[in-house]
Design a protein around this ligand. Structure first.
Ligand SMILES: N[C@@H](CCC(=O)N[C@@H](CS)C(=O)NCC(=O)O)C(=O)O
Length: 202
C-alpha cells in the first residue's frame, strides 16, 4: 500500500486503531487533522459529510468498520478461519453500541445517570469479551497466538473507554485476561503508537 492519507479530527475517536495498525506495520501515512473550526466549511466535500476518510493512491474509502477490515486484510491482521472472522466482526461492531454514550461522557458535562449507564454497559461488555477470550483459549492475543485487528481495538478503543471510567479500574476487575493483553501490547506492538499518535485524554 502506498500514498496513504487518513483524514479525521484531532482525537483518537474512531481512528485510533487505524493509526495504530498503520504505525505497527510501519506504513507511512499522512495524518490529516481537521479542526472543529474548519469542519463546517469542509464537511460537504466528504462522502456522507463525515470523517474518517481513508485514501490509498487517491482511492477514497469511508466508514470506519469497512476501513478497519480492509486494512486488517491488507496488513495480515485478519484471520483466515471463518469462526475467527466472525469474532473480529462481532467485536468490532460493539463500537457502535457506545457511540452516543461515549460522546455524552467525553464531550458534555457529566450527568451522573449517563455516566452510570456508560459504566454499567462497559462492564457488561468487558465481562462478555473476557468470556470469549477464555473460550478461545486465553492465549497471547485475543484470537490466539497471532495478533489481529481485535487486539488493536482492545488496546486503543476499549482502553480509551475504560479510561473514561475514573472511579474504578474496571479493566482489572472485570477483564483480567484482556488487561494482560493490553498491558503487553502497550509495551510492545502499541508502544510506538502511544508515543507518536495517541492523543492523551484529560
Ligand atoms: N458510520 C460512520 C460514522 C462517522 C462519524 O460519526 N463521524 C463523526 C466523527 S466520529 C463525524 O464526522 N462528525 C462530524 C459531523 O457529523 O458533522 C463511520 O463509522 O465512519
Amino acid at each position: 500500500m502506498e500514498n496513504i492519507k487518513l483524514t479525521y479530527f484531532n482525537m483518537n475517536g474512531r481512528v485510533g486503531l487505524i493509526r495504530a495498525m498503520l504505525c505497527y506495520k510501519k506504513i507511512p501515512f499522512e495524518n490529516i487533522l481537521i479542526t472543529m473550526e474548519e469542519w463546517p466549511n469542509k464537511k460537504q466535500n466528504f462522502e456522507f459529510h463525515q470523517l474518517p476518510l481513508f485514501e490509498v493512491n487517491n482511492k477514497k474509502m469511508t466508514q470506519t468498520f469497512a476501513i478497519c477490515l480492509y486494512l486488517a486484510r491488507q496488513l495480515n491482521l485478519y484471520p483466515n478461519d471463518i469462526d475467527l472472522q466472525y469474532q473480529v466482526e462481532s467485536i468490532l461492531a460493539c463500537r457502535d453500541d457506545f457511540t452516543m454514550l461515549y460522546r455524552k461522557i467525553k464531550f458534555k458535562e457529566n450527568n451522573e445517570e449517563e455516566y452510570k449507564t456508560f459504566k454499567d454497559k462497559l462492564i457488561l461488555y468487558l465481562q462478555k469479551f473476557e468470556k470469549r477470550y477464555v473460550d478461545l483459549g486465553s492465549n497471547k492475543y485475543f484470537l490466539g497466538n497471532e495478533i489481529s485487528v481485535v487486539d488493536f481495538f482492545l488496546g486503543v478503543m476499549i482502553t480509551e473507554f475504560c479510561f473514561l471510567v475514573k472511579d474504578e479500574d474496571i479493566l482489572s476487575k472485570y477483564s483480567p485476561g484482556i488487561k494482560k493483553i493490553i498491558d503487553n501490547l502497550k509495551e510492545n506492538e502499541l508502544k510506538e503508537y502511544y508515543e507518536k499518535y495517541h492523543i492523551p485524554l484529560k
